[in-house]
Design a protein around this ligand. Structure first.
Ligand code: GRF
Length: 208
């Protein structure tokens, strides 16, 4: 599966603003030394994340489940594109399409996701984007944070890799809390997790 190079060819899947993609791009050569960000795939044609990929000269494609008529056709095209680019590791960074159990099994322990809460709190199908922070504020938690986990067939249910706590402050709005969780947790954890998993994949290939 690995291409014999000293870096793991990695695809980042996005749907929105791409601030987590940007954190990964900014970490190359510093925190991230064993992953090559080879491809960006967006499920939305207007995602600003595509602009970030262009500015960084990273090849980017749009694959839309809606345009392709459903998840099966979407995943067939996704798999085709990933193989065409020799991708070995997938990072979901604000990616909003739920992947099928078949797809996640095929890429077992090779798909990472960043969730903007401390799993198992505020996670699962209906918890994404601002909804996560609205729920945290509604529950009145004093601490929230972010989690990086492997992706399996259960939304936000895979093995937890990294977590980081973030304080909830009096008067926080969902937008203010989201930004703090991004700055203090997501943008730190995701590059770290990409590096750790990429280095482990290379070690598994060449244990010497
Ligand atoms: C954010 O809510 C983030 O917490 C989650 O996806 C949303 C968009 O992130 N991972 P991004 O700016 O597109 O990376």
């Amino acid at each position: 599966m690995l291409n014999g190079s000293d870096k793991v060819r990695t695809a980042v899947l996005v749907s929105g603003g791409g601030t987590n993609l940007q954190a990964i791009l900014n970490a190359r050569g510093d925190v991230i030394r064993h992953a090559e960000i080879s491809l960006v795939i967006s499920s939305k044609s207007k995602a600003y994340a595509l602009e970030r990929a262009k500015n960084a000269n990273i090849p980017a494609v749009v694959i839309s489940a809606k345009a392709l008529g459903g998840r099966e056709a979407f995943e067939q095209e996704l798999q085709r594109v990933l193989e065409a680019h020799g991708i070995e590791l997938i990072v979901l960074a604000g990616f909003l399409t739920i992947l099928s159990p078949e797809f996640t099994r095929r890429w077992d322990h090779r798909i990472l996701n960043i969730h903007p809460a401390l799993i198992p709190s505020f996670c699962g199908k209906e918890y994404y984007g601002l909804h996560v922070h609205e729920a945290a504020l509604a529950r009145g938690v004093k601490v929230t944070g972010a989690t990086v986990h492997f992706v399996n067939e259960i939304p936000d249910g895979g093995e937890i890799l990294l977590q980081k706590a973030v304080e909830v402050l009096p008067g926080d709005t969902p937008e203010v809390l989201q930004r703090r969780v991004m700055e203090q947790a997501e943008w730190i954890l995701l590059p770290q997790a990409v590096e750790t998993v990429a280095a482990d994949l290379l070690k598994a290939k060449d244990p010497s």
